[in-house]
Design a protein around this ligand. Structure first.
Ligand code: PEP
Ligand code: MN
Length: 449
């Protein structure tokens, strides 16, 4: 395949290609006007932060670190509240504390946050009682109520999305800078909602032992240990709506490279990872670390080509492959994929999304996932990489810091009857607070039963 050189690339060159999963806007001039206005607004993240994350991902690809990436399937504008943001940060911090003690590796925390507003859909339209309307594609595109007005794609929502992302990021930065992640404030490390007493006990033991070591080091150092009060926290989202991404793509004077400055770490979803499609075209020209979801339909041949196009200079930390194959198929599908990537000689970071290959629908029509399948896929992923001269450097999950009932099973034994109690996701079912913590404990090797 003959790929164009980078000098043919521009932030809008994707428009020459077929773009899947894009809304049909009625007024193209309004879209252009929104893109121009968005382009003038301040960047949400800096290229220094983006490059720092790339370094960390490079370390993870060498097995020196582990990536924890998680958050909602879709953020909604209404859920942009201080409490929601703090709860998501809190569960990710708690999980990373468990992982760091169990794995003895530094952890990189990345939220699916501050921009996760656009969703791919299996159908362009939805029909109810004989009425057909455009599908809801996330708050960045249209609104979810089933009326013609709400479902009409509205370009102005890109500006509302940018604003929500800015508010979210501002709050995250304030929390992190204000000591939210400081281990000296145990109240921020307390558990909410967790019902399983085995897990509570194990978690307390972990926190106590970390605090003990910290105090020990501080006694020796005669004061605070530098870095103990601060953490890095990065953002990511599926860069699906390419006008939104294009508008926030800027050239950095210092190195002449283009960066998507709406997020540190954009990814390409499974449905838009076509080699000659618009998303690959857009992604090949930005300097951010990027990720691609790899589903069961991707052939090893395509995967090889993808790696060549997206990481032409074999830059460490540049490309993450997030496989999402399902607990029952990973064993058959993953080894040939690993081999294909190895044959390119390029470095990638492999991570596992154990959620999206394990979605099912209950008899009463509720979309759910079984925690045992989620854990099983993840456990198999660790073993399969090891057995194939590779390693798993991270995990990508859908979770919430709230006590929802969307996934089945786990230490507190959620059943189908429980699902309706607090099912709040507009799209995919997320691990709740204690299911997410349990996942971290299992990955870290703690025994809970
Ligand atoms: C998602 O991450 O919410 C998603 C839609 O995943 P995938 O592209 O892997 O189906
Ligand atoms: Mn999802």
């Amino acid at each position: 395949m003959n790929h164009q050189k980078n000098n043919d690339w521009s932030p809008e060159s994707w428009q020459r290609k077929a773009a899947g999963q894009q809304p049909l806007y009625r007024d193209p001039e309004q879209v252009d006007s929104v893109v121009a206005r968005l382009n003038r607004l301040p960047q949400l993240v800096t290229h220094g932060e983006i490059e720092a994350l790339k370094q960390q991902l490079a370390e993870a690809s060498r097995g020196e670190r582990f990536l924890l990436q998680g958050g909602d399937c879709a953020e909604s504008f209404d859920d942009c509240t201080a409490e929601n943001i703090a709860n998501k940060l809190k569960i990710l911090l708690q999980m990373s504390l468990v992982l760091v003690t169990g794995m003895r590796k530094r952890i990189t925390r990345v939220g699916r946050i501050a921009g996760q507003y656009a969703k791919p859909r299996s159908a362009d339209t939805e029909t109810r009682d004989g009425v057909t309307l455009p599908s809801y594609r996330g708050d960045l595109i249209n609104r979810s109520p089933f009326t013609a007005e709400d479902r009409e794609p509205d370009p102005e929502l890109m500006l509302r999305g940018y604003e929500r992302a800015a508010l979210t990021l501002n709050h995250i930065r304030a929390l992190v800078d204000g000591g939210f992640a400081d281990l000296h404030h145990p109240e921020n490390w307390d558990l909410d909602f967790v019902r399983s007493s085995a897990m509570k006990q194990e978690y307390r033991r972990i926190v106590d032992s970390v605090l003990d070591s910290l105090q020990f080091m501080e006694t020796i150092a005669g004061g605070r240990v530098s870095g103990s009060g601060r953490v890095d926290f990065f953002t990511s989202h599926e860069a699906l709506q390419l006008h939104y991404e294009q508008a926030q793509t800027h050239r950095v004077r210092a190195n002449g490279r283009w960066y998507n400055m709406s997020t540190h770490f954009p990814w390409i979803g499974m449905r838009t990872a076509e080699l000659d499609g618009a998303h690959i075209e857009y992604f090949r020209g930005i300097a951010n670390p990027i990720a691609v979801k790899v589903g069961p339909g991707m052939s090893p041949e395509t995967l090889k080509e993808l790696v060549r196009v997206l990481n032409p200079d074999n830059e460490a930390g540049r490309l993450t492959l997030i496989h999402r194959l399902g607990a029952s198929r990973i064993k058959e599908l993953l080894p040939p994929m690993i081999e294909a990537v190895q044959s390119t000689g390029r470095s990638v970071l492999w991570t596992c999304d154990p959620m999206h290959g394990n979605t099912e629908t209950t008899q009463s029509g509720i979309k759910t996932r079984r925690v045992e399948n989620v854990f099983s896929e993840l456990e198999q992923a660790f073993h399969l990489h090891e057995a194939n001269d590779s390693h798993l450097g991270g995990v990508h999950i859908e979770l919430t810091g709230e006590n929802v009932t969307e996934c089945l099973g786990g230490a507190s034994g959620l059943t189908e009857q429980d699902l309706e109690k607090a099912y709040r996701s507009q799209v995919d079912p997320r691990l709740n607070y204690d299911q997410a913590l349990e996942l971290a404990m299992r990955v870290a090797g703690y025994r809970l039963r």
